[in-house]
Ligand binder design. Sequence first.
Ligand code: NHR
Length: 156
Amino acid sequence: EIEIPTYVINHRSFNSRREFELTLKQTIDSMDPNLVILAGFMRILGSDLIEYYLGRMLNIHPSLLPNYPGLNTHARVLNDGVKEHGATVHFVTPKLDAGPIILQNRIPVEQADTVDTLAERVHQGEYEIYPRAISWFAAGRLKLVGNAVYLDGNQI
Ligand code: NHR
């Protein structure tokens, strides 16, 4: 059994994004992490924080980036009638959902899909690719060099 320390930081208890992000940074750094992973994180982060964790912060986004950055991706995919959807693991950079891509999981969009059924299948794919990318990083196999992603020394 492992115990994972948990801290809750409510952005609504701060007067500015800057103050929220300072507390976020201090809290994260108190744990001296090798890697920071966003999971369902819904606040746009300022470039100071992003630059500070550059190359050691990942996000998983529910679309096949660069398609559908931002919010409400499943509804937008259904509305556009596109045939393929999925999830993307990427390094976080100041430009929203635009950081270098590490892994993607693709799923077909079915005629009968709703936002809920699509979200469920996208999630199943996320459970495969996020642990894979994280374990690559933990093993020292994954690196961000400039805007390029390297796995085992080879650019991907
Ligand atoms: N910050 C930076 N600088 N770069 C990225 O790539 C980021 C980021 C912060 C979060 C996750 C992202 C996603 O996976 C993420 C990537 C929230 C919004 C957003 O519009 C956009 C993208 C993502 C997460 N947030 C609103 C805001 O004003 C609030 C929305 C809400 O509360 O419902 O922060 O999609």
